[in-house]
Design a protein around this ligand. Structure first.
Ligand code: 15L
Length: 264
């Protein structure tokens, strides 16, 4: 049966805020959780996801978890370890303990950020490409995908890991013409990930139907995702502001773009 009650972690964050406005229209009853208070939602649970008791109570009775909580950029390793590695572990332990059958995990393109753009423009980067994280942040996403795989195989906690591109109301750079995931398409993809049957552990990329996209979107479509937006409508404006794409830049050559040169 399709999930109804869904725990949304990271509800006060960038993607969390965009999603808590959109997911109820698919019929989900959201339980919101964040380490920080969630604006306009006094009923939200304020807790650190490493607080086991609080997390078990938050997870009790939900049909699924959308796990967005964590650091969303490069940071010193100790911080990534606490929030993204230990934090994601405690989500899976709570899911297993409370019998939650499905997790949708916000992975990231930065799990494979050092992957080069294929020389042949007709070729797309597949989801089976080897892990090539571009940051400690990206390493934590590789870890999260590995944990998802373990919990699916060993405990039957299913996961769709979505390697999200850039989820913002509008693209903010020329690179994001390739990598944009519109908030509406993100909600469509989360809905597909929550409702597709028998996913085991499935990895997909999360992009809109961008003319310039170069990551394989077939795995997401196989879940029932039908993107409706295309960043191309912003191309003129982005190029006027930032100039034509520079073919020698890391933003053009490597999947993770400028994250490949970022220091914590
Ligand atoms: C990410 O994983 C970040 O969370 C987000 O802030 C964006 O920068 C995005 O990747 C991106 O690659 O544009």
């Amino acid at each position: 049966t399709a999930p109804r009650t869904v725990l949304l972690t990271g509800a006060a964050g960038g993607v969390g805020t965009l999603m808590r406005e959109r997911l109820p229209q698919y019929g989900y009853e959201l339980r919101l959780l964040d380490a920080a208070p969630v604006e306009g939602a006094p009923e939200a649970i304020t807790a650190d996801i490493r607080d086991t008791d609080a997390l078990l109570a938050a997870v009790r009775g939900v049909d699924a978890i959308i796990h967005l909580a964590g650091i969303s950029l490069e940071a010193p390793f100790e911080k990534i370890l606490d929030s993204n590695i230990e934090g994601t572990y405690s989500i899976y332990e709570a899911a297993r303990a409370e019998g939650v059958r499905r997790v949708v995990y916000a992975s990231s393109n930065h799990a494979v950020g050092f992957t080069p753009r294929p020389a042949d423009p007709a070729e797309k980067v597949g989801v089976g490409t080897a892990p090539r994280p571009d940051t400690y942040y990206g390493v934590s996403k590789v870890f999260g995908e590995a944990l998802a795989s373990l919990y699916a195989d060993k405990y039957g906690v299913e996961t769709v890991s979505i390697r999200i591109g850039s989820c913002f109301p509008e693209p903010r750079s020329v690179r994001m013409l390739d990598t944009w995931l519109s908030p509406d398409d993100c909600a469509r993809l989360l809905h597909a990930a929550l409702t597709a049957p028998d996913v085991g552990h499935t990895v997909v990329y999360g992009l809109s139907a961008n003319t310039r996209a170069w990551w394989d979107m077939e795995p997401a479509r196989a879940l029932g995702y039908e993107p409706q937006d295309d960043s191309e409508v912003f191309a003129e404006k982005m190029i006027a502001e930032h100039g034509e794409p520079d073919h020698d830049s890391v933003d053009h050559r490597l999947l993770g773009g400028h994250f490949t040169t970022m220091e914590p």
